[in-house]
Design a binder for this molecule. Structure first.
Ligand SMILES: Cc1ncc(C[n+]2csc(CCOP(=O)(O)OP(=O)(O)O)c2C)c(N)n1
Ligand SMILES: CC(=O)[C@@H](O)[C@H](O)COP(=O)(O)O
Ligand SMILES: [Mg+2]
Length: 588
């Protein structure tokens, strides 16, 4: 029997359906998403939770003329299927495929590019205000934002502004009471009370001048459609509170919402996760961070762990389990996390502030103004540094070396392996006079036996990993292991020296002088942008000291890098061992 979804490619097809057909379509959409995500991986729970809401939005509103902005965008799979991407959805998040997030160049239905949270209200308000200026009276501008994302500062800034405008803005709060991990904070408590009907104080959103309605059941299609039809005719800022269940329709995803946020491969029929064969693997850097935090916190009572909404992703959850009062999830609040850490450091405590490299971009002024300028010894642990893979351009942590290196007082270090990560964490909590940023990649390292006794690392010291007279490679962080492979590939013909500089700041200038004097040709290797990053630091050193060595900078070129597996991207960017070996040969 032909399915309803077979006949739907765009919202215009959807709008031809009778309302009674929509629940069946919702079921088909869930099956479609489950079947593909089960084998191709991706974000699951969030999209399963907004199937009815997405259908209703495209059914009632005249998209793309009415604009729909998804916050974060990890929940936009249904939107993608209903807006021309059903036949390419199997390429979701893969090299050359469609993006896992809404992206303007991908579709006119993707009104705004997303990936980082809490931007939707500001973006939709911007569009709404321009509509007003253009005299477009009936156009609606809709921001769909989750309960964790709305608690972020940026979202509040947008609400605060919108409330004093007459913009045609509809903010839809998709409240499923969870982010990736359970939502936190006073706003979450407020929303829970609203749901339970026990909220005593005034409605926050009405107090901000929004025409508020809800909470309504976000899986009840007739109820949502009725309410959206009503809101379509209301002018000015409106706020609809919708209650949904993350993972709706897949038992396991409803029951273990954290795991099924992005579950990896699973059995589409049973919902069971694929269990890996029992092989001994090197740990994830994240787990090295998480377990080391616990170990250090047991001995040093002044240590505090901070994460903005990523306790599971960062593995700070281990410390949260053992020391709940000293390990804090502050919600999606990167700026707050940094300044909170700064405040704690003024009191002699030792905050480890763990933030994904890409999300720390949000808190740039806080690093400069609140931490570095005041020489506060905050320990930044920058997770997901370098290429992150399938999340793509919005999430690669490739800018940090460049954006941190120019900040005075900030020590910047990239561990070569798991043991170095442990040791620098140990070193940092012994007491530094300055802040330090420690950046490490997503995923597994290479050392199975990583839990070695702690050793102090000398700040500002690089390492000679291999001597060689012909060419010197200067690597940073985990790129060292790719450099090692490349050197092996050419070792029959070329003697390549390998230095892992460890610190981008302060640079080991004594070692650099030595390298420049003994090697005519130098290659720098980093998993960050080549403009302003590690290689640039070495070029500056050469220029400042009048060295005339031949130098080649390998890293991320001056362009945004799309999605793909990290290995695929490394090959494409010629940052894999074979490409680097070829580069060495070409320079020899
Ligand atoms: C600035 C920023 N910080 C952190 C994240 C990581 N992140 C992605 S989704 C998410 C949770 C979002 O929760 P919510 O808004 O409630 O949406 P839901 O997943 O429940 O639909 C987080 C923390 C991000 N994308 N952007
Ligand atoms: C949408 C989003 O920002 C997160 O879900 C992100 O995809 C998590 O990335 P990791 O899988 O690397 O934790
Ligand atoms: Mg949520």
């Amino acid at each position: 029997m032909s399915k309803i979804l077979d006949h739907i490619n765009y919202p215009k097809d959807l709008r031809l359906l009778k309302q009674e057909q929509l629940p069946a379509l919702a079921k088909e959409l869930r099956e479609f998403i489950i079947n593909i995500v089960a084998t191709k991986e991706g974000h699951l729970g969030a999209s399963l939770g907004v199937v009815e809401l997405t259908i209703a939005l495209h059914y009632v509103f005249n998209t793309p003329d009415d604009v729909l902005v998804w916050d974060v965008g990890h929940q936009a799979y249904v939107h993608k299927l209903l807006t021309g991407r059903k036949n390419t959805f199997h390429t979701n998040r893969q090299l050359g495929g469609i993006s896992g997030f809404p992206k303007r160049e991908e579709s006119i239905y993707d009104a705004f590019g997303v990936g980082h949270s809490s931007t939707s209200i500001s973006a939709a308000l911007g569009m709404a205000l321009v509509s007003q200026l253009k005299g477009e009276k009936n156009k609606q501008h809709i921001a769909v934002i989750g309960d964790a994302s709305i608690a972020s500062g940026m979202a509040f800034e947008g609400l605060n502004h919108a409330g004093v405008t007459s913009a045609n803005l509809l903010v839809i709060l998709n409240d499923n009471a969870i982010g990736i991990d359970p939502s936190v904070g006073a706003l979450k408590q407020y929303l829970t009370n609203v749901k339970k009907g026990t909220q005593k104080q005034d409605n926050i959103f009405e107090a901000l001048n929004f025409n508020y309605s809800g909470p309504i059941d976000g899986h009840d299609l007739p109820a949502i459609i009725l309410e959206l039809e009503r809101l379509k005719k209301v002018k000015g800022p409106k706020f609809l509170h919708v209650i949904t269940t993350k993972g709706k329709g897949l038992k396991q995803a409803e029951e273990d919402q954290v795991r099924y946020h992005a579950p990896g491969k699973f059995n589409a029929k049973t919902g069971e996760l694929h269990v890996k064969a029992n092989t001994i693997e090197a740990p994830k850097f994240q787990d090295v961070f998480g377990h080391t935090m616990v170990e250090l916190a047991r001995k040093n009572k002044k240590i505090i762990g901070i994460t903005p909404a990523m306790p599971t992703g960062s593995s700070l959850k281990y410390m949260m389990q053992e020391f709940p009062e000293r390990a804090l999830d502050v919600g999606i609040a990167e700026q707050h996390a940094v300044t909170l850490a700064a405040g704690m450091a003024t009191q002699g405590y030792i905050p480890f502030c763990n933030i994904y490299s890409t999300f720390l971009q949000r808190a740039y002024d806080q690093i400069i103004h609140d931490v570095a300028l005041q020489k506060l010894p905050v320990i930044f642990c920058l997770d997901r540094a370098g290429l992150v893979g399938e999340d793509g351009a919005t999430h690669h942590g490739v800018f940090d070396l460049a954006y941190l290196r120019c900040i005075p007082n900030l020590i910047t270090y990239a561990p070569r392996n798991e043991i170095d990560l442990r040791n620098i964490m140990y070193t940092a909590q012994l007491g530094l006079k300055l802040p330090i940023a420690i950046r490490y990649p997503r995923g597994r390292g290479k050392i199975i036996d990583w839990k070695q006794p702690f050793t102090k690392i000398e700040i500002g010291k690089g390492l000679c990993l291999q001597k060689g007279k012909d060419i010197a490679i200067l690597s940073i962080g985990t790129m060292a292991s790719i450099a090692t492979e490349a050197i092996q590939l050419v070792s029959k013909d070329i003697e390549v020296a390998h230095y892992n500089m460890q610190f981008i700041k302060p640079l080991d200038t004594a070692l650099l002088h030595n390298i420049c004097k003994t090697h005519q040709t130098i290659i720098t290797l980093e998993d960050g942008v080549i403009h302003g990053g590690f290689g640039s630091a070495i070029v500056e050193f050469l220029a400042e000291n009048n060295y005339k060595n031949k130098i080649s900078i390998l890293g991320i070129p001056d362009t945004f890098i799309h999605q793909g597996s990290t290995l695929e991207l490394q090959k494409e960017l010629q940052l894999d061992a074979i490409s680097i070996a070829n580069k060495i040969k070409a320079l020899y």
